[in-house]
Write a protein that binds this ligand. Structure first.
Ligand code: ARG
Length: 565
């Protein structure tokens, strides 16, 4: 039973308003003495030309004579109409829903029959993934799982940057200084080394530049050797990226990258031209966007070469045709915002209303506190190193604090990666953030280790009790802390929907933090194992429900919930 929705229905019947609008205006007051749900009459006041307290009183007088079973009372506080639910009925409804739904708790089917295409991570191949790929990867994957929880069919696309002049250079470098077995051994790191060497050597030997252009031309013309090498570089890159994706549990359905559109852009350019949108400017072909207060969108270079926007337009058509998407999301840092706005507009000008179904999901910049990252080379920090260091640090902490823990390495990996992912998903996307090792591991801070620890605490309580609580009576849960915790568990589905609507995984991170805090407060003030048997059973059931909700919420973020820590 969705209590908020039930109350919204009562109000909307009383004032003849839209249920969803009412539900949106129903809030959970931070101070529980103000009620469990509060309806603000401010907005209605304008519409109805009445003072808010008068409206509140009117609604109350219509609801009270026929108070439903689950409501204790209503209370008018200034412009607010506050509702108090019957705690026993509430506890029973919430706990039985969590128990019944299990890992589907908080899910819905509002997305049923609709497809959301998501473009995230999308690194440029032949380079190792670095810190710059962290946000796109984890934000994209979290939104994928969140939308999936809402019943959408989600298609995760890794739009690899797998075409461009850099491959001509890489082929020259490999043929001049590379060895097959070194590349097989060293993987992408070796490719990177060769690429860097090219840039060093070309200073003294400009002929290399011409050679690279020649190889690129051979690639474009379909030369067998050129394409074989390029395919091989691509394979090595994907194999390595997949290790990272597996480590972080990042889902993808397609690796269709930029190169796939090589022979598909001609048709797009023709259509843009046929629709009278293509203009010449300084030798290049553009779509003028001055009317929309944007610089022109570049379609063809002066040498006829295609560009990043051209490929993206071709890819957008491909996705629309393949998946007939309800929405198509692109997760990149905000420096690409203009690029997306421009090519979305071009598609709109071409006459396609689904221009408006494409959404750029931008995020801010990440920087580092201090410079204590041992494997920092130049300015890039390699992603795999970052996660290795995190796991290592956690292993150190465990070895010191809990040396007897079984399977320490697995737990260290789960807590280490969790800490980084959680910190990347803890703030609104657009905010620039500073990474600090101290902050992400603080066991008493707003961190994943704190949440994971709470989950492990729940497991340990259940283990110690060794009691069957399946027939527990949730009506026994009547203390303030118990009720607060249950209320927090209750709002999960609302949070999932909000996170999806705003493309903001941090709503889930903050939520799971709130659950962990509420549990720890309950745990601190309410004895479980020393309570009378019927109370003990109810508290164990509450513990089990909390544990499950934490695991589901962390799971949406891509974080594991260990049972011991
Ligand atoms: N490969 C690009 C980069 O590394 C990101 C691609 C984003 N997706 C897109 N459809 N443009 O910056």
């Amino acid at each position: 039973m969705d209590f908020k929705m039930e109350i919204a229905k009562l109000i909307s019947a009383a004032i003849n308003a839209d249920v969803q609008e009412v539900a949106d205006a129903l809030k959970i007051p931070p101070d529980p003495t103000m009620g469990d749900f509060a309806f603000s009459c401010f907005k209605l006041a304008k519409e109805l030309r009445q003072a808010p307290p008068v409206i509140a009183k009117d609604i109350a007088s219509k609801i009270e004579p026929d108070m439903p079973e689950f409501l204790e009372k209503t209370d008018i506080a200034g412009p607010y109409l506050n509702f108090f639910v019957k705690r026993a009925a509430f506890a029973k409804a919430v706990l039985s829903e969590i128990t019944a739904k299990g890992d589907k708790y908080g899910s819905s089917d509002i997305g049923a029959g609709k497809t959301i295409v998501m473009d995230y991570s999308s690194p440029n191949i032949a380079k190792r993934m670095h810190i710059g790929h962290l946000y796109s990867t984890v934000i994209g994957a979290a939104l994928n799982r969140i939308n999936n929880h809402l019943g959408y069919n989600v298609v995760g696309i890794n739009y690899l940057g797998d075409w461009g002049t850099q491959f001509g250079k890489l082929i020259v470098a490999f043929k001049s200084w590379g060895k097959e077995e070194d590349v097989v051994q060293g993987g992408v790191e070796e490719l990177e080394r060769l690429y860097v060497k090219f840039h060093v050597e070309v200073e003294a030997n400009p002929q290399l530049e011409a050679d690279a252009r020649a190889w690129m031309l051979r690639m474009q013309k379909g030369d067998e050797e050129a394409l074989r090498l390029w395919e091989w570089f691509k394979e090595i890159s994907i194999t390595e990226y997949e290790k990272m994706y597996k480590r972080l549990n990042i889902p993808f359905d397609s690796y269709r990258g930029e190169s796939y559109y090589n022979d598909k852009m001609g048709a797009v350019v023709d259509e843009i031209r046929d629709k009278g949108l293509l203009k010449e400017s300084e030798g290049a072909m553009i779509v003028d966007l001055e009317e929309y207060k944007m610089p022109p969108c570049l379609i063809l270079r002066s040498d006829g070469g295609t560009l990043y926007p051209t490929r993206d337009i071709a890819a957008a058509f491909d996705r629309k045709q393949m998946y007939d998407f309800h929405k198509s999301l692109y997760v990149t840092d905000m420096r690409q915002s203009l690029h997306f706005a421009q090519f979305f507009k071009v598609i709109g000008l071409m006459g396609y209303p689904w221009e408006n179904d494409m959404v750029h999901v931008p995020y801010g910049l990440l920087s580092f506190e201090g410079d204590n990252l041992s494997s920092r080379k130049g300015n890039t920090l390699i992603l795999a190193d970052l996660f290795d260091q995190a796991a290592e640090k956690v292993l150190g902490i465990i070895s010191e604090k809990n040396p007897g823990l079984a399977d320490k390495e697995t737990v260290a990996e789960q807590v280490g990666t969790g800490a980084i992912v959680f910190s990347a998903l803890y703030n609104t996307r657009i905010k620039d953030t500073v990474f600090s090792w101290d902050r992400i591991f603080a066991f008493d801070g707003e961190t994943s280790p704190y949440v994971q620890y709470t989950h492990a605490r729940c497991s340990s309580v259940l283990n110690k009790a060794q009691m069957d609580y399946a027939d527990a009576d949730p009506a026994k849960l009547a203390t303030g802390e118990e009720f607060e915790l249950i209320k927090t568990l209750h709002i999960f589905s609302e949070k999932v929907a909000e996170a999806a609507a705003k493309y903001e995984p941090f709503i889930i991170s903050r939520y799971v933090m709130q659950v962990a805090r509420a549990y720890n407060k309950f745990y601190h003030d309410n004895p479980i194992l020393r309570a009378d048997e019927d109370v003990q059973k109810a508290r164990l059931m509450l513990t089990k429900c909390t544990k499950d909700v934490i695991a589901v919420a962390l799971g949406l973020l891509g974080i594991k919930a260990p049972d011991v820590m």
